[in-house]
Structures are given as structure tokens and as C-alpha cells.
Design a protein around this ligand. Structure first.
Ligand code: ZN
Length: 142
């Protein structure tokens, strides 16, 4: 999958926002900062960093704070949708979202959302195939 819709300049901007977010990470335990950034369908960039907790299982991935910013900063009833996404480690290298966060991103993805991954640009459907999502709840509810 190649990126046909998102310009290289936008990816550079997203990587910059992800790296800036990464510097805000709260990682006293793992020392593994992560930053994430995404372009929204209304043309904004949202970002997030990971936030650890002494109760390790409560740690928030960078995608969690990104989605929180998405909801908090969107106009209207429903949050904007994500169009393009990238995520970096403490060295600025591309990271894959964990399985949980792929589901989190899917919930807020636009159709055909592009992710920059360790193996190139991929659509959301490629990184979480046959995903369970909001349409399943609407279509299959009793
Ligand atoms: Zn995650």
C-alpha cells in the first residue's frame, strides 16, 4: 500500500508533532517514551504521549492521549476522524501501535486511514483486518 493522498510534507509535519509529543512522555518505569500524531479530516493535527502509572497495568499508550485530544478539540457532536497517523519511539524511529491501540484508532478512523508503519504505509484495514467496530454494534444489536 502506498500513500496516495497524504503529501510527504504532511508526513514530515506529523513526525515532528509525534517527536514533540514524545518529549512529554511520563515514563519513570520503562524509560520508553512514545509519541503519536495524526491528521484529522478537518485538517488539524492531534498528538499524544504515553503516561505510565505505578500500577503498571493502568499505563496509557500515546494513542490514548491522542484520542483524548481528538475528542476534546473537535467541534460538533462527534469527534473528527483520523486520516493519517504516525508513532515514534524515544529515538524518533517509527513504532507500530499495540493491538489495543489499533482497535482504539479504528474506532476514530476515516475510511482508508493511512498509518506509517515499520513496514511502510498501510491502511487501517491492513493493520486491524476484520475489525470489530461501531457498525457491528449498530447492525447486530437485538
Ligand atoms: Zn497501545
Amino acid at each position: 500500500m502506498t500513500d496516495a493522498k497524504i503529501s510527504e510534507a504532511t508526513w514530515v509535519e506529523l513526525r515532528g508533532a509525534a517527536n514533540a509529543a514524545m518529549t512529554k512522555a511520563y515514563v519513570p518505569y520503562s524509560k520508553f517514551p512514545v509519541g503519536a500524531a495524526a491528521l484529522t479530516d478537518d485538517g488539524r493535527i492531534v498528538s499524544g504521549c504515553n503516561v505510565e502509572n505505578a500500577s503498571y497495568g493502568l499505563t496509557l499508550c500515546a494513542e490514548c492521549s491522542l484520542v483524548s485530544e481528538l475528542a476534546m478539540s473537535s467541534q460538533g457532536v462527534a469527534p473528527a476522524k483520523l486520516v493519517a497517523f504516525t508513532c515514534v519511539d524515544g529515538h524518533g524511529n517509527i513504532l507500530m501501535p499495540c493491538g489495543r491501540c489499533r482497535q482504539l484508532l479504528f474506532e476514530h478512523s476515516s475510511k482508508g486511514m493511512i498509518l506509517e508503519t515499520v513496514s511502510g504505509f498501510k491502511t487501517i484495514d491492513e493493520v486491524i483486518p476484520d475489525a470489530f467496530g461501531p457498525r457491528d454494534l449498530e447492525d447486530r444489536a437485538l
